[in-house]
Design a protein around this ligand. Structure first.
Ligand code: TRP
Ligand code: SF4
Length: 404
């Protein structure tokens, strides 16, 4: 396989948190459903990543995995269009993670912002572990092993994708250099003269080893000024500046998804840990009960008290789920006390249940049919594994550890 075969390949994963809620739906799943028609998609359950923080809780990872995959399918991920698999079923991810760990400076991982933040936030457990520090590195292996062009993630993951790209660059720099090219490049550098050659080498080193983009710009500017170089040499040195060897693991780019923050039942961000969610497979009656009991603008004590929709979690949901005319009706009615909160909640309940109806319908064939779900995972994992194996052949050869 050439690297161009994977030009339109997308890989993304989620930790197995169990049943998905509408926050996951609007925040990620809807986008995945869209992408599966535009790219060759690989969506996987990052079960090993769950262990990085929950190694001690013995959560029911397997059950969570199945529940989550059912929700993916129910949301419209089509196993005929996208490959659905489980990380631990493709052990090559672990092998690549190990090999990448050899060339990854610890400081790169320590400076990922989520590292210290999560340690602080999840202070009920000891996260001074090797596995937790390596979280972004495992994530890098997850993506790089498919030589994907794009990784669709939310803004919270961009720092992880940044290290991933730096690691790929460093890997290619260390293991992808082709000797002939190197010799030519060296000879060309010497033609620049002592001072310029030194500046060039320093800039290249800073960029390739540390991902210093300023150094890259300095190197480029330096090359543009050169008068003693042939066009051929100049081009060679532009390439050499950025690594200039064989690309074994292409640097996957982020595909940033515009994710609305879905408000929960209490107006905070919808999240399982806040206990304010509407699960994707929520029963319509339960949706109704949850919305009916939602708090509203506290200023509306009595029916004739006007309110401010901006202070109301119900309205926050209207903004996301209702169309313009309903939103205007709710906004006006609230401010003028023309409608009561019960009235206001009615169309929201309907909107949510209408959105969830096709999801329920699709979920039906999978619920209680564990075998079917497992066979989808089996098949997807095999497909994924074929590609992962191929990449690892290349990676092992480049690193020099394939005794075959
Ligand atoms: N870290 C991601 C999250 O918390 C999950 C994940 C693991 C992932 N491996 C990945 C996402 C690879 C994209 C690509 O959401
Ligand atoms: Fe909230 Fe609607 Fe009641 Fe206003 S009328 S407080 S927007 S529920």
């Amino acid at each position: 396989m050439s690297s161009t075969d994977s030009d339109r390949r997308v890989v993304s994963g989620m930790r197995p948190t169990g049943r998905m809620h509408i926050g996951h739906y609007y925040g990620a799943l809807q986008n995945w459903v869209q992408l599966q028609h535009e790219y060759e998609c690989f969506f996987f359950v990052a079960d090993w990543h769950a262990l990085t923080t929950h190694y001690e809780d013995v959560p029911d990872i397997e059950q969570h995995t199945l529940d989550m995959v059912i929700d993916w399918l129910a949301a419209g991920i089509d196993p005929g269009a996208a490959t659905i698999f489980v990380q631990s079923r493709v052990p090559e991810h672990a092998e690549l993670h190990l090999l990448l760990s050899m060339i990854t400076p610890v400081s790169w991982l320590e400076r990922v912002p989520s590292y210290k933040e999560q340690q602080k936030r999840l202070n009920d457990r000891d996260l001074s572990t090797y596995g937790f520090l390596g979280y972004p590195l495992l994530q890098s292996a997850d993506v790089l092993i498919y030589r994907a062009s794009r990784v669709p993630v939310g803004a919270d993951q961009t720092a992880h994708i940044e290290v991933m790209r730096e690691i790929a660059r460093r890997f290619n720099y260390i293991y992808g250099r082709d000797p002939g090219f190197e010799a030519h490049a060296r000879a060309a550098i010497d033609k620049m003269g002592r001072k310029a050659a030194k500046l060039y080498r320093d800039a290249r080193k800073r960029y390739l080893e540390r991902g210093d983009h300023e150094a890259l710009e300095i190197g480029r500017a330096l090359l543009s000024e050169q008068r003693n170089l042939s066009i051929g040499d100049q081009e060679r040195l532009f390439g050499y500046l950025e690594g200039g060897g064989r690309i074994i693991l292409p640097e996957t780019k982020v595909l940033l998804t515009e994710t609305p923050t879905v408000p929960g039942l209490d107006g905070e961000k919808m999240s399982k840990s806040y206990n304010n969610t509407i699960p994707l497979r929520e029963d319509p009656k339960e949706v109704e009960r949850k919305i009916r009991t939602m708090p509203t603008d506290p200023a509306r004590v009595r029916r004739h008290d006007p309110g401010n929709p901006e202070k109301c979690p119900v309205f926050a949901m209207h903004k996301l789920l209702s169309d313009e005319s309903v939103r205007t009706w709710a906004d006006d009615g609230c401010r003028s006390a023309g409608i009561g909160c019960i009235d206001c909640k009615g169309p929201l309940i309907d909107a949510i249940n209408a959105e969830l109806a096709p999801i329920h319908e699709r979920a039906e064939q999978f619920e209680g049919n564990e075998e079917l779900v497992k066979s989808i995972i089996d098949e997807g994992s095999e497909t994924a594994r074929d590609i992962a194996r191929e990449t690892m052949e290349d990676v092992r050869a480049a690193v020099g550890v394939n005794y075959r």
